[in-house]
Write a protein that binds this ligand. Structure first.
Ligand SMILES: Nc1ncnc2c1ncn2[C@@H]1O[C@H](COP(=O)(O)OP(=O)(O)OP(=O)(O)O)[C@@H](O)[C@H]1O
Ligand SMILES: [Mg+2]
Length: 284
């Protein structure tokens, strides 16, 4: 399922334009990250994707159909949405009820719902009778994510799914998102953590002050100094190192060391033979 923005203008009140002509396309099955400074308009853009907001001018198209022509329930069946704060999403007294909520709201088949909810409870290791509000922050975030995953929408929109999580929780959340993407779900994720963006996103869209200022394959964008400065982005550490190496020695610009995008590529560039040494070999 594709998402297309055509010259979208949007605001919360008529006097303060927030999105000022946003255009982009997310293709079917893609994993795209939105990055940019606080207040750039990323969450507003996400609200337009799931129809919580409608454009003042321009068009938001889901598989070619303008969101203005889709009912809220029709949109919700197509686009799963994880809010920036999971607590604005959680509303039921038990984990099980929370996971069933979307099915009830969308008037979907409840036998099928019960089966899928049981599956997700087992997969995530939840206790179905827990009170969601008594869970810790990371588990509440996982529950909010699970309540979207369980609906099996063709598109998921995730507004900062890893913010506020510790490393272990972050790995867990991103593993679930990666598996969703592998199953063919179109994933749109707002994220401030460039390490996460570098590890998971195929393409990056950079926003600043209500506009898209750059977009392209992840590492093309994350290695572009002008983009990094314009959007105050801290690149992934490995890109930072390779950009710094180029500044120190311009002769390195063409070397694989300066073009490494991942730790594995950097190791391979420094010592091509190192790959031949396996951990097993080292252990012996
Ligand atoms: N409900 C609202 N009412 C009025 N103004 C809003 C509302 N939500 C956001 N804004 C304003 O719209 C602008 C864009 O906000 P938005 O939340 O889309 O940015 P963002 O890129 O998601 O930022 P962050 O990285 O902080 O989450 C900001 O200036 C913000 O103050
Ligand atoms: Mg936001």
């Amino acid at each position: 399922m594709t998402i297309e923005f055509r010259d979208v203008h949007a605001s919360y009140d008529a006097n303060t334009p927030i999105l000022r002509g946003v255009s982009f396309t997310v293709n079917d099955g893609e994993f795209v990250a939105f990055v940019g400074t606080n207040g750039a308009g990323k969450s507003t853009t996400m609200r337009l994707v799931n129809g919580l907001m409608k454009p003042e001018s321009g068009e938001v198209l889901i598989d070619g159909v303008p969101t203005t022509q889709l009912k809220t329930s029709e949109l919700a069946r197509r686009v799963g949405f994880l809010f920036q704060n999971p607590d604005s999403q959680i509303c039921c007294n038990t984990v099980r009820e929370e996971l069933l909520f979307g099915f009830r709201a969308l008037k979907m088949d409840m036998d099928d719902a019960a089966r899928r909810v049981d599956g997700i409870i087992a997969e995530f290791g939840f206790n179905p009778d827990d009170d969601p509000f008594l869970l810790n922050r990371g588990t509440r975030q996982l529950l909010a994510l699970a309540s979207i995953v369980v609906l099996e929408t063709p598109v998921v929109v995730l507004d900062e799914p890893t913010t506020g999580l510790d490393f272990r929780e972050c790995v867990k959340v991103m593993d679930i998102i990666r598996r969703l993407h592998e199953r063919g779900t179109t994933v749109v994720m707002v994220c401030h953590d460039m390490e996460v963006v570098a590890d998971f996103a195929e393409r990056v869209i950079v926003m600043s002050d209500g506009l898209v200022v750059d977009q392209g394959p992840t590492f093309e964008v994350l290695r572009n100094r002008r983009t990094l400065e314009a959007a105050s982005l801290v690149p992934p550490q490995i890109v930072d190192i390779s950009l710094a190496l180029q500044l120190m020695d311009p002769a390195l610009v063409e070397s694989p060391i300066a073009r490494a995008n991942t730790l594995a590529e950097l190791y391979a560039a420094i010592a091509p033979d190192a790959q031949a040494v396996s951990f097993e070999g080292v252990a012996r």
